[in-house]
Design a protein around this ligand. Structure first.
Ligand code: 13P
Length: 337
């Protein structure tokens, strides 16, 4: 087992285990200010710090959330914010036994020399930022890069995505943060599920090659994969059983059992689809905790219910608990709709 610098190895293993605990998953609310603005616009609200704070307060102070949610991924602004009563969000989470996490990548930009693909920025200064986030209470991190099937993907884009994730993972571990490794394979395209499987296998083999080369401690990471599905514009839809079969085949071929948890992204699936697919993956025992790290599939109904109206906060929090509980059951393979 590689010993990471910084002396955090044991703590990283403990953190990863506690996020990957039975019947729980991650609430992803780490939308950048620009993306959060789009969500707020969908209910007619302006993208102000006050509105972002009010929305995140609604989510993070939902009573009983810790029963189903083990970690919350925050955007930097939220990590330093407090409730309107002056209680730090980080303290609200700690009391609810929810681990605070932080998005540390700086987003996507065009990748020169590729087929209109992108790469993810954020390695410059990452060590010092990570140390600051740890001091502020964060215990895990997230870095999301993307791979596009219709654009290739080119060998260059896959290699860059994998290398960036591995550098980020090593830096996070040296600063006490469990890295969530997220190469999102976008749903866009009319390709078949077999093509997605082929690309996912390629991407994850490169990711693990470079994670190993960077001496990353596998027991102290979490993965955030896309499920293996047909492209969003493909002529046929796949059943949850088929998606589970393909996704688990890919994971068993590529992910060592030392990795404690697989926390799927929802990637534009509907709330119920995301729950049914997760439930299908938990119908037989897996070598890793197989769970969720959803943003849209946990928040869509919450936003619609809230509408920015303080009178709707309680109803919106109930809507969050409904999705959180459904996904908790799906993590245990016990969801029925
Ligand atoms: P979605 O579940 O909406 O795809 O979000 C994924 C993500 O990376 C947020 O942290």
């Amino acid at each position: 087992v590689p010993i990471r610098a910084g002396g955090y190895s044991d703590e990283l293993v403990q953190t990863a285990k506690s996020v990957a605990s039975p019947g729980r998953g991650i609430l992803a609310i780490d939308e950048s200010n620009a993306t959060c603005g789009k969500r707020l616009a969908s209910i007619g609200l302006d993208n102000t710090e006050t509105n972002r704070q009010a929305y995140r307060q609604l989510l993070l102070t939902t009573p009983g959330l810790g029963q189903y949610i083990s970690g919350a991924i925050l955007f930097e602004e939220t990590l330093y914010q407090s409730t309107t009563d002056g209680k730090k969000f980080v303290d609200c989470l700690r009391e609810a036994k929810i681990m605070p996490g932080i998005k540390v990548d700086k987003g996507l930009v065009p990748l020169p020399g590729s087929n209109n693909e992108s790469w993810c920025q954020g390695l410059d200064g990452l060590a010092s930022r990570s140390a600051e986030y740890y001091k502020q209470g964060a215990r895990f991190a997230k870095w999301r890069t993307v791979v596009s099937i219709p654009c290739g993907p080119s060998a260059l884009a896959v290699k860059e995505a994998a290398w960036g994730l591995a550098r980020y993972a090593a830096i996070s571990q040296d600063n006490g943060l469990v890295p969530i490794v997220e190469p999102e394979i976008l749903l866009d395209g009319d390709h078949s599920i077999d093509r997605t499987l082929e690309v996912a296998e390629k991407v994850w083999s490169e990711v693990f090659f470079y994670l190993a080369e960077n001496n990353v401690l596998f027991e102290g990471i979490l993965l955030k994969p896309s499920m293996v599905t047909p492209g969003a514009e493909h002529k046929e839809k796949a059943s949850p059983e088929t998606i589970a079969k393909y996704t688990l085949k890919m994971l068993r071929r590529r992910v060592p059992p030392a990795v404690p948890g697989i926390m799927f992204l929802s990637g534009g699936q509907s709330e119920v689809e995301a729950t049914l697919n997760l439930n299908a993956m938990n119908q037989s025992p897996n070598p890793w905790h197989v769970s969720f790290s959803y943003a849209r599939a946990l928040q869509n109904t919450v936003l619609k219910t809230w509408q920015g109206n303080p009178e709707n906060v309680e109803a919106a929090q109930k809507a969050l608990l409904v999705r959180a509980e459904a996904n908790s059951l799906a993590q245990l393979g016990k969801y029925t709709d």
